[in-house]
Design a protein around this ligand. Structure first.
Ligand code: NDP
Length: 330
């Protein structure tokens, strides 16, 4: 018998059985509703695959936690993340995508049609499955961090760095992402504090060298973040604790968290190949996974670029791969 894992297993690793109810049968099921999922839906709907999409817990995905998106082609004046996601959703619905609120809680990908349980009580059987469940940026877990998300706290320098042009910012983390974000921000901002909890950077040597050679990056080794401070207008400082246990305050306007991402792939892990972090493996140059008829797109399979535009591009590929797969079955 197949094993089923719940999506809650992202947090607590509990197992959950697939629901035993009469299944709703669909040609194409899309799980996840960021730029990858909506783009897959637009293409699948226009290809007559009658896609059904479940949006997940955070309809619109990570972009709904960003303010302005200025790097997505086609919006010369920029657009807010939530508005862009609403527009993508409307475009997917215009071509007939059935978009529903609900969370995939269990899967059985051992044979076709694939079985997916929604919210623990509804069973969908799908001829093809497109996984666009994204990744979740890890945060420190501070209350003040939550309070200032989108108002100075961000997990994406490429997305939000420009808003802090000429200002002082901080990046927390010691890996390659933190090093990359810090050097990227150094090109835009006045000063970048890199907050590292250990006495060394875990990033690759080339990135460490780049950080150390960048004049406006100051690395604060053995510092941890105590609190992010600010007011109605957003973040204006960060309280740190140094290696001697002393409190240190830095005046900053942007606080970038770069302590890793967690791809939302746990419920597929029994069937699909993933790397050690959980990114779903796909055939090079395509969105095909190890299981024929299951395609993955967007941040759940991309540890490298993680941009809205690259996610949208891979969503398009997933729908085309799904259409070709179904065409070849006839
Ligand atoms: P990593 O897991 O490599 O690094 C996370 C960093 O965040 C570590 O320095 C860790 O500290 C720190 N950290 C974790 N939790 C906390 C916390 N609660 N408080 C403070 N610091 C914390 O994640 P990355 O996203 O940097 O990289 C993921 C993978 O992607 C790596 O394999 C990396 O090499 C790769 N990558 C490659 C790039 C490239 O080649 N261009 C670019 C970006 C990423 P500690 O060291 O103490 O554990």
């Amino acid at each position: 018998m197949a094993l089923f894992k719940s999506l809650e297993s992202q947090e607590d690793n509990k197992s959950q059985k697939i629901v035993n109810s009469e299944a709703e049968k669909v040609k194409c099921l899309i799980i996840g509703s960021g730029p990858a999922g909506y783009t897959a839906a637009i293409y699948a709907a226009r290809a007559n695959l009658s896609p059904l999409m479940y949006e997940g817990l955070e309809p619109g995905g990570q972009l709904t936690t960003t303010n302005d998106v200025e790097n997505f082609p086609g919006y010369p004046e920029g657009v807010t993340g939530p508005v862009m996601m609403e527009e993508l959703k409307a475009q997917a619905q215009r071509f007939g995508t059935d978009v529903r609120f609900g969370l995939a809680t269990a899967t059985d990908l051992s044979s076709r049609p694939f079985k997916v349980t929604i919210d623990g009580n509804k069973l969908i059987e799908a001829e093809v499955l497109i996984i666009a469940t994204g990744a979740t940026a890890k945060y420190l877990g501070l209350e003040s961090e939550e309070k200032f998300k989108g108002q100075g706290v961000s997990a994406c320098a490429t997305c939000d760095g420009f808003f802090y042009k000429g200002k002082d910012v901080a990046v927390v983390g010691g890996g390659d992402t933190a090093a990359e974000e810090a050097t990227y921000l150094a090109g835009i901002c006045n000063k970048v504090y890199l907050i590292v909890r250990k006495d060394y950077l875990r990033a690759s040597k080339v990135m460490v060298d780049r950080v150390m050679k960048t004049k406006n990056i100051e690395v604060l080794f053995e510092h941890t973040t105590k609190e992010i401070v600010g007011d109605m207008t957003g973040v204006n400082g960060v309280l740190l604790t140094n290696g001697k246990g002393e409190e240190v305050k830095k005046d900053i306007h942007g606080f970038f968290v770069a302590i890793g991402h967690k791809p939302n792939s746990d419920i597929f892990a029994d069937y699909l190949e993933t790397d050690e972090v959980g990114y779903i493996a796909t055939e090079p140059g395509s969105t095909k996974t190890k299981v024929e008829g299951v395609f993955a797109c967007g941040d759940v399979m991309d540890s490298e670029y993680r941009q809205a535009i690259t996610a949208a591009g891979s969503g398009c590929k997933a729908a085309m791969d799904a259409e070709r797969f179904l065409g070849a079955q006839l």
